[in-house]
Design a protein around this ligand. Structure first.
Ligand SMILES: Nc1nc2c(ncn2[C@@H]2O[C@H](COP(=O)(O)OP(=O)(O)OP(=O)(O)O)[C@@H](O)[C@H]2O)c(=O)[nH]1
Ligand SMILES: [Mg+2]
Length: 201
């Protein structure tokens, strides 16, 4: 199993203009466009990587954050393995909208167990000097809303961009390993005369 490449779908959500497309393009093509156009609907790009000895093909889905494109993006949420909730540290409203993005994702992706779904929160544009959201405040939100990992990024300066996508992979692998562990517990249970040793799921 560990030798096989795994295809993982991660989806970038967040308000229009926070830098979702810029993060994806920086990570996959190592380019940054200071005059990027708003996304209409969705786009995706793949990148292969290795995380902790696992070979992964990351399929990154970049969505349109503007409200008027809602009906174009939501059909693509299903099947996502991880959701990157993105805001811009110089835009308070984009931070305050994180809960709405989380709810929209859970609803349209039809997530059965939201408490255990791997979300990662990204505070982008940390190269900007005028911040409207502090690191502490963002960390607190993450802790109180599901204990999500929080990373501060700059697509412009290429700060933490690869780290952010690698963290997404780690979160998915951690959930997957937990599931495998649970299934193993059940398998043992079926063939054993004694009661199951696992009670994790
Ligand atoms: N200074 C700075 N500007 C950034 C950064 N990331 C993106 N931008 C700029 O912010 C603007 C919006 O970036 P996009 O990547 O298009 O934002 P988006 O989230 O994809 O927006 P939608 O497609 O409308 O949802 C562009 O002008 C980018 O050049 C960053 O890390 N730092
Ligand atoms: Mg975009």
């Amino acid at each position: 199993m560990s030798g096989k490449s795994l295809l993982l779908k991660v989806i970038l959500l967040g308000d229009g203009g926070v830098g979702k497309s810029s993060l994806m393009n920086r990570y996959v093509t190592n380019k940054f466009d200071s005059q990027a156009f708003h996304t209409i609907g969705v786009e995706f790009l793949n990148r292969d990587l290795e995380v902790d000895g696992r070979f992964v093909t990351l399929q990154i889905w970049d969505t349109a954050g503007q409200e008027r494109f809602k009906s174009l993006r939501t059909p693509f949420y299903r099947g996502a393995d991880c959701c990157l909730l993105t805001f811009s540290v110089d835009d308070r409203q984009s931070f305050e909208n994180l809960s709405n993005w989380q709810k929209e994702f859970v609803y349209y992706a039809d997530v059965k167990d939201p408490e255990h779904f791997p979300f990662v929160v990204l505070g982008n544009k940390i190269d900007k000097l005028e911040r409207q959201v502090s690191t502490e405040e963002a960390r607190t939100w993450c802790m109180e809303n599901g204990n999500y990992p929080y990373l501060e990024t700059s697509a412009k300066d290429d700060t933490n961009v690869a780290v952010a996508f690698e963290e997404a992979v780690r979160q998915v692998l951690a959930v997957e390993e937990q599931l495998e562990h649970c299934m193993l517990g059940h398998t043992i249970d079926l063939h054993s005369s004694s009661k199951s040793g696992s009670s994790c799921c």
